[in-house]
Design a protein around this ligand. Structure first.
Ligand code: SAM
Length: 183
């Protein structure tokens, strides 16, 4: 039974009103997101889509802070969307980040150059297929790959096409981020 993803989602919604906890929690992922910026070559000129932003949208926040890129953060849980919007406003980042209630499988209504998909987002193959259909061959798509010890808790990486590159990550739940590009 998958219990980690719903517990993390609930915990994010509960602690998102504390600026200190948001800062501590996001800090854990500084290196992860810096690695993903390098992997996908994200710059200020990119439009970035983050699928599964959760109540504490640390991926969206760190991408915007580190690169200055415009970020669309989406989640299919209205409660998470409401909390994430407040969190982004409290961090004074709403000029760069917009949060939308959408499912990653649905065709995204705006252009994007890069998409980053949360470890907990699913189903990953359908999300990848939708991103490729909308983003075209120029889109750079980043997914996080669960560690084998906890793989039963998460949807596994898409099987087609093969990813192009990977970068190691030192997290308890995922050991690398992978890039799909030139699809
Ligand atoms: C708990 S969050 C963790 C993400 C983390 N805050 C981040 O910044 O990377 C994972 C979120 O993914 C969302 N999610 C799962 N599948 C999804 C999908 N198909 N489309 C959109 N959101 C999805 C869940 O609702 C959950 O809020």
């Amino acid at each position: 039974m998958k219990i980690v993803a719903p517990v993390v989602a609930m915990m994010e919604k509960k602690i998102a009103s504390s600026r200190m906890l948001v800062s501590l929690y996001s800090g854990i992922y500084n290196e992860v997101v810096r690695n993903e910026i390098k992997l996908a070559g994200i710059t200020a000129g990119d439009q970035v889509l983050n699928i599964g932003c959760g109540g504490i949208p640390f991926t969206a926040l760190l991408i915007a802070k580190f690169t200055g890129a415009r970020v669309w953060a989406i989640d299919n849980d209205q409660g998470a969307v409401d909390v994430a919007r407040k969190c982004i406003a409290a961090q004074n980042m709403d000029h760069l980040i917009s949060v939308l209630m959408l499912d990653g499988r649905d065709p995204f209504p705006h252009d994007f150059d890069v998409a980053l998909v949360a470890l907990q987002a699913e189903p990953k193959q359908e999300i990848l297929d939708s991103l490729v259909a909308k983003g075209g061959s120029k889109a750079r798509l980043v997914f996080r790959s669960p560690r084998s010890e906890v793989a039963h808790q998460y949807d596994s990486l898409p099987v087609r096409p093969l990813f192009n590159r990977r970068i190691d990550q030192k997290q308890a739940t995922f050991d690398c981020s992978v890039l799909y590009a030139n699809l």
